[in-house]
Design a protein around this ligand. Structure first.
Ligand code: PLP
Length: 491
């Protein structure tokens, strides 16, 4: 049975269920599977499977302590009519690539892929472990995770959910989605600062043993819905496998032929899932890691040095406005061939010196990745051009991915068929999209949604309709220092 271990070298092993409950390891590392399972089907069999069937088999292969029935219930509960596309993840050919549309869930961003199933995986885990404590989900969000987690956990028995979003950086639509959230167990706070401040605040709460003890006396345990939780990472592997199967089915690729994967990257969770799909057996030629002006990962991939001593920019792809990509730690662990001590050293250096350099072994492994970045102006130009030329409407994050992919092709001449992770509906970032399409300025983002809809005819996702009129339920603004107290007061 596959067990889960920390990236920082602790010898403690957990079952998948225990790792899902814990979120983060006791030595502050992230849980990773001891080994990556091989694909549980042949290409021939796989091609006939629905999204739900692929998800069931992939998640089941990683989470061996869950029974087949348990996994099936989780998958069926998550990937149902909540998704506005019957295929769940349509694969759409436009321009130079194949868009893996991950945004047809309730909150119109790819976070729904993992966060609609995490509550099921977690509540099943609690039952399996005979856990009687209440679980409090703590989440820092750059905009999309928060809403997707709130939707996933709203009124889920035995859970409370507390979301912190930065008051600088999230879009009007993202903020409105969160502050109108219904559900007795939902708590939302606006934190003065940017995403890294909010994320650091949450990490501090997790590492505050006194607070944890205090909560334990109230029979409450903390867990995380951030992409550090393996319960989020593993479900994301399924769509890369599914995307490859679709390209086989359409004859774009023959079994065994390689694909490229392009991912607009922030916390490195999504692209890490692509890497896991490759470790399972999906032939991937290159992982193309796309960043916006916060190009810490681009520089890292190019030089082997991770360096956060730089300015932080707010861009129009806010879910990627991140300097410290948590899930990179998992890749480092795998590339260091499981040397947790080495990872521990690098993470300590990052904390102390704000930069670190990887060793030769890791550097070699990194060559499977290509890093590129683009500016806000390039993002907008790409949205407008691709819409005019291809009739395909992208959101700002997907446009960053597309632009970096174009640069990659120019630089390398590589014609390998390519899956592009399409991570949000264009309507989630409607003001930038309207501007990119050359539409006149509107009074607010909601008017932009209408204007983009009128021009393109692309349907507005259900979750974004009527948002302006919905009553606000959460309106507390706090400082980073007040986050602990906010958790106390929520419970
Ligand atoms: C979260 C998010 C990303 C970044 O994904 P990571 O897994 O954090 O790298 C990209 N685009 C959108 C729209 C997102 O919500």
């Amino acid at each position: 049975m596959i067990q889960y271990q920390s990236t920082r070298g602790s010898h403690i092993r957990k079952t998948a269920a225990q790792a899902v409950i814990a979120g983060i390891a006791e030595d502050k590392g992230l849980y990773v599977p001891e080994r990556i399972p091989p694909l549980p089907f042949t290409w021939e069999k796989g091609m006939g499977l629905s999204y739900q069937q692929v998800a069931e088999k992939i998640i089941g292969a990683f989470f061996e302590d869950y029974s087949q029935e348990e996994i099936q219930e989780c998958v069926n509960g998550a990937y149902d009519e909540k998704f506005e596309s019957a295929e769940v993840v349509p694969v759409v050919n436009a321009g130079k690539g194949y868009f893996l549309e991950l945004y047809h869930g309730k909150t119109a961003a790819f976070k729904d892929m993992a966060l609609s199933i995490l509550p099921y995986l977690l509540t099943t885990a609690l039952e399996k472990e005979g856990e009687t404590s209440k679980i409090c989900i703590l989440t820092a969000t750059s905009g999309d995770t928060g809403k997707a987690a709130l939707e996933g956990f709203a009124d889920v028995l035995g859970t409370e959910i507390v979301v912190f979003y930065p008051n600088q950086g999230v879009s009007t639509v993202q903020e409105r989605q969160m502050i109108t959230q219904e559900g007795e167990n939902t708590h939302v706070f606006s934190v003065r600062g940017n995403f890294d401040h909010a994320q650091t605040g949450v990490k501090e709460i997790f590492n505050d043993l006194n607070l944890r003890k205090e909560l334990e006396q109230k029979n409450v345990k903390l867990s995380s819905a951030n992409s550090i939780n393996v319960g989020r990472l593993v479900p994301q592997v399924a769509y890369y496998v599914y995307g490859y199967l679709k390209l086989l089915q359409r004859g774009v690729l023959q079994p065994g032929e390689a694909v490229n994967v392009v991912v607009p990257t922030g916390n490195f969770g999504n692209i890490l899932a692509a890497y896991y799909s490759h470790q399972m057996g999906v032939p991937v030629n290159r992982f193309i890691c796309a960043s916006n002006k916060n190009r810490v990962l681009t520089d890292f991939i190019q030089t082997g040095e991770y360096d956060v001593r730089r300015d932080f920019y707010l861009t129009n792809s806010p879910s990627m406005d991140i300097l410290i990509s948590s899930n990179l730690e998992r890749l480092l662990f795998h590339l260091a061939k499981g040397d947790g001590q080495e990872v521990q050293c690098m993470m300590n250096e990052l904390e102390r010196e704000k930069h670190y350099r990887v060793n030769e072994t890791i550097r070699e492994g990194l060559s499977a990745f290509y890093g590129g970045s683009c500016t806000v102006e390039e993002t907008n130009e790409t949205i407008g051009r691709v819409y005019r030329q291809e009739g395909y409407l992208m959101d700002t994050h997907t446009a960053v991915a597309y632009k970096v992919y174009e640069e990659y092709v120019k630089e390398t001449g590589d014609v390998t068929p390519t899956l592009i992770a399409s991570t949000a509906s264009a309507y989630k970032f409607a003001d930038s999209v309207a501007e990119s399409l050359g539409l006149p300025k509107e009074e607010d983002e909601f008017a932009c949604i209408e204007a983009v809809n009128k021009t393109t005819g692309v349907p507005i996702p259900k979750g974004l309709q009527g948002l302006k009129e919905k009553p606000v339920r959460h309106n507390t603004v706090i400082s980073v220092q007040e986050m602990k107290e906010a958790v106390r007061s929520s419970l």
